[in-house]
Design a protein around this ligand. Structure first.
Ligand code: SIN
Length: 326
């Protein structure tokens, strides 16, 4: 795959430059505030499929432009009622990620609290919403306020992780299915009052799904290791001990440094990723009180399909789409 492609004769051609060995490319020569012409949308989609995550700098998008941008790639999901945000009432598609917004929304920085409940040191790795039967196809995240230090995000290439397994192990995982739920990677403490609040909030609208452990990408046909330490709780048909060992091995595989890329946020930075072939983790190195405000839209996804044709099944809740959740 070439590291650079210049595809237009105009003075600022769209340029896609790979930034790491297996994943990630920086895109220049495009103003995401739009409106984007169809040819540019096709190029960006192709680049996203090839590189899994695209990075853009110095993009000054309003909320409306962010929504318009997302809609060029598909229908947008709506945030749930528990993620209320009065400042964004007119933009139910945008989810704001920020310690301060969490404090306004829930009375505390929930993310910081969750981190104290990680069941493993790598729990924070996830693909968006895999506890839904149809996790988003893609996500577009933009930085309004970036910290002067820390707060980077990392992504990993789940296709490269799958392809890096030995042939017999690939054949073994090809036929497995796993259950995904919100708390799978956490050790919540039911008698802790804050945990209780969180559990009650999530249990009010529990989404649980069974996905193939290996997902065949609907556009590229590539196979991806579709598990993550935040939401994947068990492999069906195995004993709990067997499932735990296999999942630990797969989680270690998807978080191997060689499959990852790390992005440093600046004001106006945008990341756009294929949620079907990547997982990511928000950095956990922010000083308390640091301001970091990111806004995300996600594109409605379809149900994952495994190599044997198994289609993800809903265990609890409803598909994640354009209707607001509970
Ligand atoms: C996300 O999980 O979509 C947000 C990642 C981040 O805050 O870095």
């Amino acid at each position: 795959m070439p590291t650079t492609t210049s595809e237009s004769p105009n003075p600022k051609p769209l340029d896609v430059r790979r930034v790491a060995g297996h994943i990630g490319a920086e895109v220049t020569g495009v103003d995401l505030a739009g409106p984007l012409d169809d040819a540019t949308v096709v190029k960006l989609r192709k680049a996203m499929l090839a590189h899994k995550v695209l990075f853009f700098r110095d993009q000054r998008l309003t909320h409306a432009q962010h929504v318009d941008l997302g809609q060029r790639f598909g229908q947008l999901t709506r945030r749930s009622r528990t993620q209320s945000n009065a400042a964004l009432d007119s933009y139910p598609q945008i989810l704001t990620i920020s310690p301060q917004v969490d404090e306004e929304r829930y009375g505390r920085d929930y993310e910081a609290h969750y981190r104290t409940r990680w069941a493993t040191t790598i729990t924070g790795w996830h693909s968006d919403m895999t506890h839904a039967v149809n996790p988003p196809a893609a996500s577009i995240l933009r930085a309004e306020v970036a910290p002067s230090a820390g707060g980077d995000t990392q992504w990993t290439n789940l296709v490269a992780a799958y392809e890096g397994l030995s042939v017999p192990l690939r054949a073994f995982v090809d036929s497995l299915r796993a259950e995904h739920s919100f708390f799978a990677g956490y050790r919540m403490v039911a008698h802790d009052p804050i945990d209780r609040e969180i559990i009650d909030m999530i249990d009010g609208d529990p989404l649980v799904a069974v996905h193939p452990v290996v997902r065949v990408h609907p556009e590229t046909g590539e196979r991806a290791l579709f598990v993550n330490p935040s939401r994947t709780g068990r492999i069906l048909g195995l004993s709990p001990a067997e499932s735990g060992h296999i999942l630990d091995l797969l989680f270690a595989q998807i978080t191997r440094p060689e499959y990852t890329v790390r992005f440093r946020w600046e004001e106006g930075s945008v990341a756009m990723w294929d949620n079907r072939s990547t997982a990511h983790i928000a950095a956990t190195d922010l000083e308390p009180g640091t301001r970091r405000t990111l806004h995300r839209v996600t594109i409605v996804g379809d149900k994952p399909v495994g190599p044997d044709g198994f289609v993800s099944e809903l265990v609890s809740g409803r598909p994640f789409g354009t209707e607001p959740g509970a």
